[in-house]
Structures are given as C-alpha cells and as structure tokens.
Design a binder for this molecule. Structure first.
Ligand SMILES: [Zn+2]
Length: 186
C-alpha cells in the first residue's frame, strides 16, 4: 500500500515577474526515491499520482520566510481530495525550516518543500515533512546529554537543516499509527 501524492511545482513571482523554477517532475521523482528509502524502515511508501506545474504564486520575498504562513497560502490553492498535496518551491532565504507541514495532517495533508540542489537533500527535506503529516514531531537534541545527542544527531526529525535520516522505534510506531497511514490502509 502506497500513500498517493499530488505534486504541485509552484513557481514564485514578485510583482508579476516570474522567477525561474528549480524543481521538475523528474527531480520530484528522484527526491521521492530518497523519501521511500528513508520511510522503508517503517514499511511505508509513497507514490506520485500526479505532478503538475501550478500557476505562479506572486508573493514578496519578505513574506516568504514564515513557514506557517507559506503553508497556509499554498494549501489554500487546491481543495483537499484523496491525495496528499505537496508543493515544491524554490529556495527561500531566511527560512531555517526545509518546508512546512500540518502536524497530524490536520487540517489536511499538505506540505511544502524547498529546493536544496541535490536529490538527497531534497528527498531528506521531503521525507521530514511527510514525517510531520504522519504525526511525528521534532526531536529535541539535548547537547548536555552526550549519549542522547549522539543517538539523535542523525535523526530525520531534527529541527532545521540536517542530513540525518534515522528513525527511532517510537517514531516508526507513531507514523504507522498515524491518521494518514490508517486512512490509506497502511
Ligand atoms: Zn520540521
């Protein structure tokens, strides 16, 4: 059983001036291969049902660096349906998060993911956002606790930019029991 994704490649514009887009459906597919490798540890897989280029989103650069606001603006563009909506966008300056997602897929399963320039980094950010949709929240690393820090440093769900792709047993259980996985029969 695979969870269906509807990919929207959403170009940015500012005051009517279109910005050249980084993402392509081919790059989305390559990132998805990384996603599926990471989530195979939980025996969860995703499939791209549709990959569409969306109409440009005209938004000032200064208004892009709030991940919750970006997610709200993007997710309102398409009504919820029977697939997870993923918005792929150009890099956003001064946005430390790799994207944004509704935790527990609430109010709806939708995420956006920035472009990071290579398949692994793109896929890692993509997999992290899907983690949030499957009810997995961030892990907080306690650097005063060396053992805990060493165990979690490589985790997928650390905050901000990271290269980690590990999942703990608890995270795997949380994802498997999530509303999203249950909805699609996982
Ligand atoms: Zn996150």
């Amino acid at each position: 059983m695979s969870i269906p994704l509807r990919i929207y490649i959403t170009p940015f514009a500012e005051k009517g001036v279109l910005e050249p887009g980084k993402w392509s459906c081919d790059a989305a597919k390559k990132a998805l291969d990384v996603v599926n490798t990471i989530w195979s540890k939980a025996k969860i897989s995703f499939v791209i049902n549709d990959c569409l280029t969306d109409k440009p989103l005209d938004i000032a650069k200064s208004a892009r660096n709030d991940d919750k606001r970006m997610l709200g603006v993007l997710s309102l563009r398409h009504d919820p349906d029977n697939a997870v909506h993923i918005y792929l966008v150009n890099p956003i300056q001064n946005l430390p998060a790799g994207g944004g997602s509704y935790l527990h897929s609430d109010p709806e399963p939708a995420s956006f993911v920035q472009w990071y320039g290579d398949d692994f980094a793109n896929g890692r950010a993509f997999a992290h956002e899907l983690g949030h949709l499957m009810s997995v929240d961030h892990v907080d690393i306690d650097y005063m606790n060396e053992k805990q820090a060493a165990a979690l440093r490589g985790n997928l769900m650390t905050k901000g930019l990271s290269v980690g792709s590990d999942l703990t047993k608890q995270q795997i259980e949380t994802a498997k029991g999530s509303k999203l996985v249950k909805r699609f029969g996982g």
